[in-house]
Design a protein around this ligand. Structure first.
Ligand SMILES: *[C@@H]1O[C@H](CO)[C@@H](O)[C@H](O)[C@H]1NC(C)=O
Ligand SMILES: *[C@@H]1O[C@H](CO)[C@@H](O)[C@H](O)[C@H]1NC(C)=O
Ligand SMILES: *[C@@H]1O[C@H](CO)[C@@H](O)[C@H](O)[C@H]1NC(C)=O
Ligand SMILES: *[C@@H]1O[C@H](CO)[C@@H](O)[C@H](O)[C@H]1NC(C)=O
Ligand SMILES: CC(=O)N[C@H]1CO[C@H](CO)[C@@H](O)[C@@H]1O
Length: 851
């Protein structure tokens, strides 16, 4: 959801703010630090870093730093540079639990740390090849209270990906590129700007291997890619605080880096099976009658609708935990949910963080009593504006905040008396504030002038709050170095950054954690509410590791071909790099007028991406798939394929949640030696066996895509396509079609038939397709469980399929009780075409046969 009226104000801020940022007082070159008192063990290195002179580019330099290097595992090196006194802010352990060191010996590790004593710099090398992966020697380290800078040089052949959230190219530009990180409301997902989430991790892929670099920092920052005077590429981090907490991940293959990153930030949550169904939402469904028509019209059109979503329309006066008495009467919403559930469909509603400040509004009263809202330094509530009007903001660090939030969720979503939702959606959690401190100063001069003065001057700088909670004496509203936030200064369009959290940290340091924490609290509340079920939470704002508890959509894009294309790059960044598998764009676009051809293509594209929801703004015309015949046909065909493949995808989701392997990835994950794949961002691997190559040009019926040197089989016709690594052009791609290929070497389980809900899909038998590789063999997997239990215990089956050119085998563990069978196995690419062997074979034990 966006607030377009606010857009003009945001744009105005961007324009006025960009000129004034940075440019240090002088052109001094800082002297850097000297490493002393070096203590080294088999698996660690400690040193003091002592400031080597005067610099003070923006603030006072911190004279005594501490270096900690840990060989945490064979593939992970941890390098932490912080202040010796441990006052500089560090991301709270409760928010991002970090892994402990396994104390491997330096000589056995895949990465090698070395350093230069003075000025201090460090290098990370790949031990097996001696290749330098990270080298900070080209510029001295600068560590001031609100300005921290470190640079690494990069070879010409480095390919970098990640550093989300953004809508830029998936492979980041090599130079002349700036990526600011600061979570912000971002209508129309502007290019080249900070968006809703913070993921300061990049993967660097080279022909010699892939590695990852994660800076575990929540601070606002600019990351610049450039070319220095010597003609060398560099990447420079400039943060406005926080320690330099680096995790280097050795790979060496791309999937291993995804797994190693998930080990640091946490494995993604296993989601319920039904979440893979098709979802419909719209802002502006004015009453429940309208919503019932949507459900009925989907049914009449024969398009499977799995989940109906409620945007803020359902609320009374836009207040969380209420229903509108005249437009969405409580008993009628309850009846709707019952009827959805009877049909095996689901219901999800939205919540916003801004809590209406209104005595008598029970959610507010209970929160005030439990002291869970953010306060100004004088103890008054920190006010802002969201949909409900004047609001207060939950402090996700407050001791009672989880109890309060859980209680609100239990009360309102109680199955016997309330709205029995199947998941929750948290929006506006950057946090997005329609009346920030600037607006307050203008809007209501008399009442807020005093408050504003308090905010800006009296409480404008921080008090030291104890270990790792942030240095004292900083200007928390207007730090001298300004990051390139598209909302202007740090507090633009959000909470004032000089507000303290209950644990003594400040919004200045924790701003980027707000949505991550709200999503986590909502997940934990759902877990308390229904302890045996996997919770589902969709969040707009994210931080590194949000995938542990939440799913994400890419926010308020537009109904344009451009956003249709960028949705692919955004998906790849989240699934392959940011350890968040359950993601997707608003299908057919959120803002603006969706066109028939575009919506048909997007319906098809979305069917091969993880989170599949059609959603539009209140100002946009309705765009449900049944509104156009062409889109209806496209959606039916695409959903039919998606649903037959649902267990293949569920198996990939299970792998993501247990190993960190991505559910969707760029082609170079499978073809890391093929440089033609490194820049591809309009094709992807769906699971590890399917290559999806949609039509991407505006309103076009032809597409040129790349198939690496391998054997492929057309997913729709089963025709064999041997490629030497070639661009392939397909003309006359119908509006209902999408090119998809099966990679040789794969085995794919499919349901024999699709159905109108995922519950009915689960009652269908299987068929298995074998796609032999270049040498004739193939393998695949099938994971089965009940689809919803948090802990399935032994009631799961993990089945491996293999084909050696003559014999087919299914083996593994078979704990999931089922009557379903594999009805047939088809081997593609045989002399005379595909050959099918009929079963049935039960799925409670292994089986094998010769053709
Ligand atoms: C560095 O120089 C500035 C400006 O000349 C001065 O104010 C500051 O005290 C000096 N700091 C140190 C650590 O010497
Ligand atoms: C690693 O070494 C540190 C310091 O000696 C020790 O405190 C820690 O328990 C060790 N951890 C493991 C997993 O061995
Ligand atoms: C549902 O379909 C009916 C019949 O075509 C149509 O009149 C109505 O406007 C549709 N309503 C919605 C919300 O799609
Ligand atoms: C699945 O296969 C079994 C065995 O052939 C058959 O009895 C059953 O009817 C099939 N189920 C469905 C839903 O077709
Ligand atoms: C990321 C993206 O596509 N942004 C576009 C969203 O839509 C607006 C309006 O159509 C474009 O101006 C943006 O470029």
């Amino acid at each position: 959801m966006a607030f377009l009226s606010f857009l003009a104000a945001l744009l105005a801020l961007c324009i006025t703010s960009s000129a004034a940022r940075r440019a240090p007082a002088t052109d001094v070159r800082c002297p850097g630090y000297e490493a002393t008192n070096v203590a080294q063990g088999d698996s660690y290195l400690l040193a003091d870093l002592v400031f080597a002179g005067n610099c003070s580019l923006y603030n006072q330099d911190i004279t005594n730093l501490r270096l900690l290097v840990e060989y945490q595992s064979d593939s992970r090196l941890h390098v932490l540079i912080g202040d010796a006194d441990d006052n500089v802010y560090q991301v709270q352990e409760q928010v991002l639990p970090r892994p402990h060191t396994q104390n491997v010996t330096a000589s056995s590790a895949a990465l090698e740390f070395s350093y230069t004593k003075s000025p201090f710099s460090f290098q990370v090398k790949r031990a097996s090849t001696g290749e330098t992966l990270f080298d900070s020697s080209s510029e001295p380290l600068i560590f001031e209270s609100q300005f921290v800078q470190i640079q690494t040089s990069l070879p010409q052949d480095a390919n970098l990906y990640g550093l989300g959230e953004h809508s830029d190219s998936f492979r980041l530009p090599a130079s002349n590129y700036e990526r600011s990180i600061w979570n912000a409301e971002s209508p129309f997902i502007p290019r080249g700007r900070n968006l809703y989430g913070s993921h300061p991790v990049y993967f660097d892929h080279r022909l010699s291997g892939t590695h990852g670099v994660f800076l575990a920092s929540a601070s606002g920052m600019d990351i610049n890619f450039g070319i220095n005077a010597a003609g060398e590429r560099y990447l420079q981090y400039t943060t406005i605080g926080g320690v330099l907490d680096f995790y280097f991940l050795a790979g060496p293959d791309p999937t291993s880096v995804s797994k190693q990153y998930a080990e640091v930030v946490g494995l993604p949550a296993m989601m319920p099976y039904w979440i893979l169904g098709f979802h419909q939402c719209k802002y502006g469904w004015d009453d429940i009658g309208h919503v019932k028509q949507v459900v009925a019209n989907y049914s009449a059109a024969g398009i499977p609708l799995e989940t109906l979503w409620g945007d803020i329309d359902y609320m009374d006066e836009r207040e969380d935990f209420t229903t509108s008495p005249d437009r969405y009467p409580h008993d009628q919403v309850r009846a709707l949910v019952d009827s959805l559930h009877e049909n095996n469909q689901h219901y999800i509603v939205i919540l916003d963080p801004g809590i209406h400040r209104q005595e008598g509004y029970a959610t507010y009263d209970r929160g005030a009593e439990k002291d869970v809202f953010l306060k100004n330094a004088d103890g008054s509530p920190h006010l802002g504006r969201q949909w409900a009007g004047q609001v207060v903001w939950p402090d996700w660090f407050a001791p009672s905040v989880q109890d309060w939030w859980t209680n609100e969720i239990k009360l309102f979503f109680d199955a016997s008396t309330g709205i029995d939702v199947d998941g929750l959606w948290v929006d506006m959690d950057e946090a997005s504030n329609m009346c920030d401190i600037h607006c307050m100063g203008q809007a209501d001069a008399a009442a807020t002038h005093r408050a504003r003065r308090n905010l800006l001057s009296r409480y404008g700088s921080s008090q030291a709050q104890g270990p790792m909670k942030g240095l004292g004496g900083r200007d928390l509203l207007n730090p001298p170095y300004r990051i390139n936030n598209h909302n202007g200064d740090l507090s633009g369009g959000t909470l004032a950054t000089n507000i303290a959290n209950a644990d003594g940290s400040y919004q200045y340091d924790t701003h980027n954690l707000y949505g991550h924490m709200m999503a986590g609290a909502t997940h934990d509340a759902l877990l308390a509410h229904k302890p045996t079920k996997r919770p589902f939470v969709l969040t707009r704002s994210t931080f590194a590791g949000s995938g542990r508890k939440a799913a994400h959509w890419f926010g308020d894009n537009a109904s344009t071909w451009d956003d249709y294309r960028v949705a692919i790059a955004q998906m790849l960044a989240f699934t392959a790099i940011h350890a968040m598998p359950m993601v997707g764009s608003d299908i057919c676009g959120f803002n603006g007028d969706a066109q028939e051809h575009m919506c048909a293509r997007w319906a098809t594209l979305g069917a091969f991406q993880p989170f599949y929801r059609n959603h539009a703004d209140i100002s946009a015309p309705s765009q449900e798939f049944y509104r156009w015949d062409l889109v209806k046909d496209a959606a039916k065909k695409a959903i039919d394929a998606r649903y037959r493949l649902l267990d293949y995808v569920y198996t990939a989701m299970h792998a993501a949640s247990t190993t960190g392997a991505p559910i969707a990835s760029p082609l170079w994950f499978a073809y890391p030696q093929d440089a033609n794949t490194f820049g591809i961002q309009t094709q992807w691997l769906w699971g590890d066996a399917l290559v999806v190559s949609p039509v991407v040009n505006d309103d076009s019926q032809s597409v040129t895509f790349y198939l690496p040197n391998d054997v492929f089989y057309d997913f729709w016709t089963w025709e064999k396509v041997a490629s030497q690594g070639a661009q392939i052009t397909v003309d006359n791609v119908a509006w209902t079609d999408i090119p998809v290929h099966i990679r040789g070497g794969s085995i794919i389980p499919l349901r024999v038939e699709s159905a109108s809900t995922t519950a009915e899909v689960r009652a269908q038998n299987f068929t298995v397709v074998v796609a032999p590789g270049v040498y004739g063999a193939a393998k695949g997997a099938l994971y089965l469980d009940d689809g919803e239990s948090l802990d399935v215990g032994n009631a799961k089956s993990e089945i491996s399929f293999s084909w050696d050119g003559q014999a087919f085998q299914a083996s593994g563990t078979f704990g999931f009780a089922t009557d379903l069978v594999v009805e047939s196995v088809t081997v593609l690419g045989q002399d005379g075409g595909p050959q099918t062997k009929k079963g049935p074979w039960g799925l409670e034990q292994g089986f094998s046969f010769h053709f």
